[in-house]
Ligand binder design. Structure first.
Ligand SMILES: NC(=O)c1ccc[n+]([C@@H]2O[C@H](COP(=O)([O-])OP(=O)(O)OC[C@H]3O[C@@H](n4cnc5c(N)ncnc54)[C@H](OP(=O)(O)O)[C@@H]3O)[C@@H](O)[C@H]2O)c1
Length: 443
């Protein structure tokens, strides 16, 4: 317990001696959360105006070594000891995945408990129902840790920025892919080589599909979009493309033209009720605010109609940063409990909006191709692009070896559909050896 016990602040409806917390999961995030609650207990309790106590922690294996000092008597393998304990006020779900996490969260809510989670997969796939349940019961359901690790982004969007109409959310929201692309850029290395090194250093999972395939970022942009646009975004609404086909030559060619390549999550409002929600690699100008977000860092740029551009930057994962987000949510929930004001900020008020198909999304495009170094090949490709109403911002041709050349095009804004159709026609032109890559260019 704290050295200087918190004096309950005057006012409020809270009558118990302390707020009791049950934690489900004591892995990376659970340990970071417990560590922070222990390290800063006195300050935290003073900020809340009430004592708090971790009453029980559910894990799979009570004998496993832990990254945090924990009283072993608190551990249990039976989550019901938390979910069915009427004395537990807040449940922190830090297990991950859908099953059993979602069932545990539902049970906690149905028992009238406030819930804090960092579970992006559960939020992205099942968030709508969980938010509805919490709001119907007047409960807090907080999930700052689910996006951007330690970066405060969910709370600012729900509170400080909530007077704005959000126009756009653009983020680098996956640390593993950002680490890989940064290494490929700085060390002129191939994807496979950097991925192997990232796995050895623990920055990438042994099965890296969720990160390099863009699926982790897909969950996060779905969550951010739901809050930004108060709209239910289903996981299948989000177009997703990972970084596995980015070659070191693309990074070099983009660099020569003044761009970096990043995996971005983009969510934009188009007109009154249409949204774009997408995850894909993109070229960003060196001067773009997100372009210098390197390594495992994350950044999110939010554009509001009144505030203009706001940028959030920090560590997107890890025990300390994610623990910071979870503890922030616990503190907020405790304050609401003290004042009898839980459910005060709804998780999201849902207005259905249509999603613009990716083929219709207007961006500039980067196209890289290999051709035979012969007269009229470049002109014939330009002709096909023109036939598809694609106008060219810049084109660079370079000799690669004796009889071949590489051509890199940057187009003006046009829909992806035009590029797909044009590339199909370009492929069959005499003198075209290969289409090496097509990547969107983000403003
Ligand atoms: N890691 C990050 O940097 C990070 C960042 C942001 C968000 N998140 C999210 O935070 C959540 C937790 O991630 P993590 O990295 O901390 O996972 P983790 O290290 O794998 O920890 C999961 C914990 O859940 C426990 N557990 C599993 N099944 C259980 C069950 N049926 N009953 C009780 N406990 C159970 C495990 O127990 P044992 O320890 O006994 O096996 C373990 O302590 C996930 O939703 C993840 O997406 C993680």
């Amino acid at each position: 317990m704290s050295e200087a016990p918190a004096q309950p602040l005057s006012g409020g409806v809270w009558r118990k001696p302390c707020v009791n917390i049950g934690i489900l999961g004591l892995g990376v995030v659970g340990s970071g959360t417990l560590q922070l609650l222990q390290n800063n207990q006195a300050e935290i309790e003073h900020r809340i105006g009430l004592p708090i106590r971790v009453k029980r922690i559910a894990v799979r294996d009570v004998n496993k070594p832990r990254a945090v000092d924990v009283d072993r008597a608190l551990l249990t393998t039976d989550a019901s000891e938390i979910l069915d304990d009427p004395d537990i006020d807040i449940v922190c779900e830090l297990i991950g995945g859908i099953d059993p996490a979602k069932g545990f969260v539902m049970r906690a809510m149905r028992a009238g408990k406030q819930v804090v989670t960092a579970n992006k997969e559960m939020l992205a796939k099942e968030g709508e129902g969980l938010m509805r349940e919490a709001s119907e019961r007047g409960l807090d359901f907080q999930f700052e840790g689910s996006v951007g690790g330690g970066i405060p982004i969910v709370q600012p969007m729900k509170n400080a920025l909530s007077g704005n109409q959000i126009r756009e959310v653009l983020g680098i929201i996956n640390g593993t892919t950002n680490y890989i692309l940064t290494k490929m850029t700085h060390e002129h290395a191939d994807f496979d080589e950097v991925l192997r090194e990232a796995q050895e250093k623990g920055y990438a999972e042994q099965d890296p599909t969720s990160d390099v395939g863009g699926f982790d970022a897909q969950y996060k942009i779905a969550i951010l979009s739901s809050i930004a646009f108060s709209s239910p975004i289903r996981i299948n609404d989000v177009y997703v493309e990972g970084i596995t086909r980015i070659q070191k030559r693309d990074i070099a060619a983009a660099g020569e033209l003044g761009y970096v390549i990043k995996l971005v999550g983009v969510s934009k409002r188009i007109g009154a009720d249409q949204l774009q929600v997408r995850v894909h690699p993109a070229l960003l100008k060196h001067s773009h605010p997100l372009a210098s977000t390197n390594g495992v860092y994350n950044a999110v740029l939010v554009k509001g109609d009144s505030v203009g551009d706001v940028m959030f930057y920090g560590r997107g994962a890890g025990a300390g940063p994610t623990g910071s987000a979870v503890v922030g949510d616990i503190i907020d929930t405790c304050r609401n409990l003290r004042l009898g004001a839980t459910g005060r900020v709804p998780s999201a008020s849902m207005v259905k909006r249509t999603i613009q198909p990716i083929e219709e999304v207007l961006t500039r495009h980067y196209l890289r191709m290999h051709v035979l170094d012969r007269p009229r090949v470049l002109a014939s490709i330009a002709g096909v692009l023109g036939d598809h109403n694609i106008s060219i911002e810049s084109v660079v041709q370079k000799e690669t070896h004796s009889d071949q050349a590489e051509i890199v095009w940057i187009t003006h804004n046009c829909p992806g559909r035009s590029i797909s159709a044009a590339l199909a026609a370009v492929r069959s032109l005499q003198g075209v050896v290969s289409i090496e890559n097509w990547i969107r260019v983000e403003e």
